[in-house]
Design a binder for this molecule. Structure first.
Ligand code: CP
Length: 333
């Protein structure tokens, strides 16, 4: 049987360059490495007296957040401003969507204002793909989180943070702990970790917070936290996504913490130089205790800082404005 024609990847243009950033699934390793390399070039911008580069001057970016956000919305806004783009962040609650205007009509109206990029967060899985399919030629779409599906820039900033601490991906054992069933972050991390070729990914969760066939995800499944973090290089804790849970998947948050909460004592079984990550927001005393969240192995706030550089790289690539040498800072990997 002969293979049919390859399905074009909506995210890439004819030359294989990033046009939209919707999911990390299907993106080639070389492109992920290119994004990580270019992100390193943007890290130094935050240390400049004037925290700006002129790469996207004249471009207009619209932030459309139909779901709440602290980190993603603000770091996208800062990233666009540091690239010298003009940014508008639509206040959805005060917009005409509340009067029944459809998503497509909202887009068409913003396109009429010559917007070059939409950054979209939406509760529906597939919302960013839908917008990309309907966007005018030359308009890019970045998925800032869609339902349970994907959060690609979170996945990228997590890979960037791991690489800055660990260097090579190949020997790493990475444990992803918590509400994997509802987590778009876990899905994006898993796709990237597999493409980047880590030695092992462990999914550590109660059975009720895993998909029906977790082994099919190509990761080792553990239902015991101590076993899951033993000898791990990287531990990624996830938030319980109460807003996406239907039915009683957990007895109580207290009991969840007793079984799956990360404490100093449980962390002791990981490698001595293991790092602890969390995409935020943290529920202290539910996913982890404060000693771990604020402890020496936590890189949680570093993830937030790195998010600006990574989002600058993704935006610049999608807008066709990447000139890494222009922003390269000596000594940055
Ligand atoms: N990590 C993350 O997506 O955080 P926010 O919901 O605050 O954007």
């Amino acid at each position: 049987m002969t293979a049919g024609p390859a399905r074009p990847n909506l995210q890439l243009d004819a030359k294989g360059q990033l046009r939209h950033c919707l999911t990390l699934e299907g993106l080639p390793r070389e492109l992920l490495i290119q994004i990580l390399d270019q992100s390193a070039g943007f890290l130094g911008v935050a240390r400049q007296a004037v925290k700006k580069v002129p790469l996207c001057r004249g471009k207009t970016v619209a932030n459309l957040f139909f779901e709440t956000s602290t980190r993603t919305r603000t770091t996208f806004e800062l990233a666009a401003k540091r690239l010298s783009a003009d940014v508008l962040t639509l206040n959805i609650a005060a917009s005409s969507t509340t009067k029944g205007e459809t998503l497509l009509d909202t887009l068409r109206n913003l396109e009429a204002m010559h917007v070059d990029m939409f950054v979209v967060r939406h509760a529906e899985s597939g919302a960013a793909h839908f917008i990309a399919q309907h966007a005018a030629p030359g308009v890019s779409v970045i998925n800032a989180g869609d339902g349970r599906h994907a959060h690609p820039t979170q996945g990228l900033l997590d890979m960037f943070t791991i690489r800055r601490h660990k260097g090579d991906f190949a020997p790493l054992r990475v444990a992803i702990v918590g509400d994997i069933l509802h987590s778009r972050v876990a899905r994006s991390q898993l796709a990237a970790l597999k493409t980047l070729g880590v030695a092992e990914v462990r999914l550590v969760a109660p059975r009720t917070l895993l998909p029906a066939d977790p082994e099919s995800l190509g990761a080792r499944v553990c239902h015991d936290l101590r076993e899951g973090v033993r000898d791990a290089d990287v531990i990624i804790m996830l938030r319980l996504q109460r807003e996406r849970m239907r039915g009683a998947l957990l007895p109580s948050e207290h009991e969840y913490f007793q079984l799956f909460g990360l404490t100093e004592e449980r962390l002791a079984t990981a490698k001595p130089d293991a790092i602890v990550m969390h995409p935020g927001p943290i529920n202290r005393g539910v996913e982890m205790d404060s000693q771990v969240a604020d402890g020496p192995r936590s890189v949680i706030l570093e993830q937030v800082s790195n998010g600006i550089a990574v989002r600058m790289a993704v935006m610049a690539l999608c807008l066709g404005s990447q000139h890494p040498e222009q922003v390269k800072v000596k000594g940055e990997r």
